[in-house]
Design a protein around this ligand. Structure first.
Ligand code: PMP
Length: 444
């Protein structure tokens, strides 16, 4: 065993991975406390101490943790231990294709003979330029993005686009319509109120966001600058199968949680955007696909970093981009192309989602999915059981079998299995097997 000093966030992250946190470091009451968690199947021990940071004001404390990493989880053993990986059903950051992670590992120290890792490269050097240009070209191929659209690799997450979109498309007097079918669409609607006249054209809140509106239920504003939808609501598991007809208005879609999960007719949209940390790569990049004629009308007070025109003119290199996450996105695009593109990805996703929804439907009500059948997400599958205690036991049992992060979002509870592109069918089959055995055990 080797004792190493790590920051609190590293320890918390390791604990989050295990999904069995024993204590919350943020609520430490005693000056020193031991934390334990499992990491890669073995136990991780960490002791934390609250101390005064050097140079800090009297009374201000920082928490420092020392983690003891068991020898079996050292970098060397993870190198070869394929089976140390769990089935990770997290909603995001989420599982990545194993071969992509291994490729990143192989490239890590010395990217393709350049003598440096991607983390160390200048974003303006020829090596990184080749990486970002190939990533963009491959994404264009995958989504068949027309020439009159820009592809931007930005920072600030999908959440920052909730402000950037109205700032770029509207004056403060313009109206923008929001079709709100879940928690993320609601956040986008609330944020837009700061920058334009945001109008609620539909809200699924009274029905607890378990359905999508029919055309007649959507009240569009004549002359609205854009209409916003969230293509897949990650928390509630509601996904648009067809997109609303918005006439001459610009359709804007948050595709964070179903980006590249199926083919999309990009030409129907003015803007498609999404954080990549679900289907495409590590957290740190948000991709914006924007029709070129929409550039150049940002409100005068728009921060430079939120102005799409600036980023388009600078090919996403106005400032230092998140180089390493962009590189991993590129590996994922490569992988998707090698596996037959988005048509093939959609087939795989339908097959996996059907396994899970069929198991729920075939359980005689032991498992229930609240979402209306025709709009169930291929990516995020929420389900409930008779009691929260039973759900907690199921989640614990799943974790013991190497299936992690199945807890529903804190705002809705229940269980949620996120089965993005990179979740192997074997992972879903294993989950379904557990659902069946768990039901037998608990049905009297
Ligand atoms: N939109 C959707 C649909 C999401 O699922 C999320 C994140 N879970 C966001 C927006 C916010 O993304 P970010 O954390 O990248 O800001």
């Amino acid at each position: 065993m080797a004792a190493i000093s790590v920051s609190l966030s590293v320890v918390q992250e390791a604990m989050a991975l295990s999904s069995v946190p024993v204590c919350n470091a943020g609520s430490l009451k005693s000056p020193s406390v031991a934390m334990r968690s499992s990491f890669g199947g073995t136990r991780l021990k960490a002791s934390c101490l609250k101390t005064r940071a050097s140079g800090s004001a009297p009374g201000s404390l920082v928490t420092r943790c020392t983690a003891t990493v068991p020898a079996s989880t050292s970098a060397k053993s993870i190198d070869t231990a394929n089976d140390a990986r769990v089935y990770n059903f997290a909603a995001g950051p989420a599982t990545l294709p194993a071969n992509v992670v291994k490729q990143a590992q192989a490239d890590l120290f010395n990217w393709r003979g350049s003598g440096m890792s991607v983390m160390e490269m200048s974003h303006r050097g020829k090596e990184f330029l080749s990486i970002i240009q190939k990533a963009e070209a491959d994404l264009r191929t995958l989504l068949k993005i027309p020439e009159n659209y820009e592809v931007l690799f930005l920072q600030g997450g999908a959440s920052s686009q909730f402000s950037a979109i109205p700032l770029n498309l509207c004056t403060p007097e313009d109206t923008a319509d929001f079709i709100v079918t879940g928690s993320w669409g609601d956040k986008a609607y609330k944020e837009a109120q700061k920058y334009c006249k945001a109008n609620l054209s539909f809200t699924g809140k009274p029905g607890k966001y378990t359905n999508l509106p029919s055309e007649s239920e959507i009240k569009l504003t004549p002359g609205a600058k854009f209409v916003h939808i969230c293509a897949n609501e990650t928390i509630q598991g509601v996904e648009f199968k067809e997109y609303p007809n918005v006439g001459d208005a610009i359709l804007v879609a948050d595709m964070s949680s179903n980006f590249c999960s199926k083919p999309v007719d990009v030409s129907k949209f003015g803007i498609i955007y999404g954080g990549v940390q679900k289907n495409i790569g590590p957290a740190g990049v948000v991709i914006v696909i924007i029709r070129k004629d929409l550039l150049g009308n940002a409100q005068p007070q728009t921060p430079t970093m939120f102005d799409y025109k600036i980023h388009a003119e600078n090919k996403s290199l106005y400032n230092t981009p998140p180089c390493f996450p962009i590189y991993v996105c590129g590996l994922v695009f490569d992988d998707l192309l090698a596996q037959g593109g988005l048509e093939a990805a959609e087939e795989r996703n339908i097959e996996k989602a059907s396994l899970l929804y069929d198991a729920i439907e075939g359980s005689n009500g032991f498992y229930k999915c609240p979402v209306e059948k025709s709009v169930r997400s291929l990516m995020n599958v929420p389900f409930t059981m008779q009691t929260p205690e039973l759900e907690a036991e199921f989640i614990k049992e799943a974790a013991a079998q190497g299936m992690v992060q199945l807890k529903g979002h804190r705002s809705v509870g229940g269980v949620r299995a996120s089965i993005y592109n990179a979740m192997p069918k074997a992972g879903v089959e294993k989950l379904v097997a557990l659902m069946k055995s768990f039901q037998s055990k608990h049905s009297s």
